[in-house]
Design a protein around this ligand. Sequence first.
Ligand SMILES: Nc1ncnc2c1ncn2[C@@H]1O[C@H](COP(=O)(O)OP(=O)(O)OP(=O)(O)O)[C@@H](O)[C@H]1O
Ligand SMILES: [Mg+2]
Length: 448
Amino acid sequence: MDHFKIAVIDDEAIAGREIKRGLSAESYEVETFLNATSALHRLDQVSFDLFLCDLRLPDLSGMDVLRSVRTRCPQSEVIIMTGYSSIDSAIEAIRDGAFHYITKPVKMNELRLLVRRALDKVMLVREKEALKEALFSQNQPAKIIGNSKAIRDVFRMIEKVAPLDCTVLIQGESGTGKEMVARALHEQSPRKHQPFVSFNCGGFTEELIANELFGHEKGAFTGATEAKIGLLEAANKGTIFLDEISQMPISMQVKLLRFVEERSLLRLGGVKSLQVDIRLVAASNQDLKAMVKAQAFREDLYYRLNVVLISLPPLRERRDDIPLLIRHFLHKYRRAFGKAINGISADVLDILRQYPFPGNVRELENIIERAVALCDEHEISSRDLPSDLKTLSIRSFDDKTYVSLEDKEKQYIQEVLIKTNYQKGLAAEILGLPRTSLWRKMKRYGLT
Ligand SMILES: Nc1ncnc2c1ncn2[C@@H]1O[C@H](COP(=O)(O)OP(=O)(O)OP(=O)(O)O)[C@@H](O)[C@H]1O
Ligand SMILES: [Mg+2]
């Protein structure tokens, strides 16, 4: 992980090259810039751990660079280079957050020492951050991330119902975090030290589901050479999570209803029913109520499951959470892949802010995981995005600031009508419309 990138900003090309040569011997990666603007511009794609910056530059001053670095990459350090005549300003720079200054002409030994110390500090801060992360994530294996109103409502709901034994139905599009919520309900309940058993109802026949959930006695059917306990039995005292409940065959729903009502089960081929103590959580990415209407889901079971409903908002309806989620996944995969990546470029953020995320948080996570894997720099750039996302940057626009042509027409007609005090003849003339067309449009838009 200890790979350091240093920016040298000096308008004297020879001095810059000298420093680069001197430091490259230490296997730092050094980039030189002849002015501040080009260096700061470069920050859009990569980030540097350390800046060696001349105090006097042709465009901005070293102090400007310092301020910019402090806000844009607070974990980096700046060393100011200056002639003897302007040591006062250099000292001022330290007060403003520079690591130190060095006088020109630069003595290479002195510089190496100073750079080493600055990078030690950078590393220390990094390690402290990593430690903090590790500590925070210890007791929460999967933290649900978000700060939008929509997701905070979900948090509040979880907090409220988790300690109770009531059945919960979680609804939300694919990848919105239904399983995470189910686990959180279990983790925050008195059953947390008991089993959490998850079963996905999708794609199984009735027989298979029955066998999985209820288990069987020895000899219950050909091939049943041993007795097998079902998942419901395994979940006793804990929580059973029935995922994709909408996929459960109707015939199986009857059996499940009996279990939900009586909390008792019978193994296939068994004679004695077993009483169990189980908290039930179900999830669906379909609208179960609509399915009930369409007679694709049993109404009685629906009401048994829908004691408390937690609806998870799609990511496109809580875009405020996108930067937060990006940072979260960036940290996660940076650590997993052992890469020194410090952020994402502004255009990537723009793209992700606009993308509709049909696959919701899971899709965002996959995008970041892939980008971290591909990224060769310290910062993720649009190169690291899947190609269908990259094209978004070209035709990027904020769909909220644009309205339809009709809306625009309505607004404009209304504006002209108000300005002309509803003199339709005059308004029609201004708008370049026959009176009858204006009249029709007014009726259509409810402006009469
Ligand atoms: N709010 C969140 N914070 C952090 N990670 C999240 C969040 N929501 C979802 N994820 C991540 O997205 C992925 C999908 O989450 P999960 O499996 O809970 O979704 P789901 O709603 O069950 O999806 P599906 O309907 O496809 O089964 C997981 O890897 C999870 O870590
Ligand atoms: Mg799921």
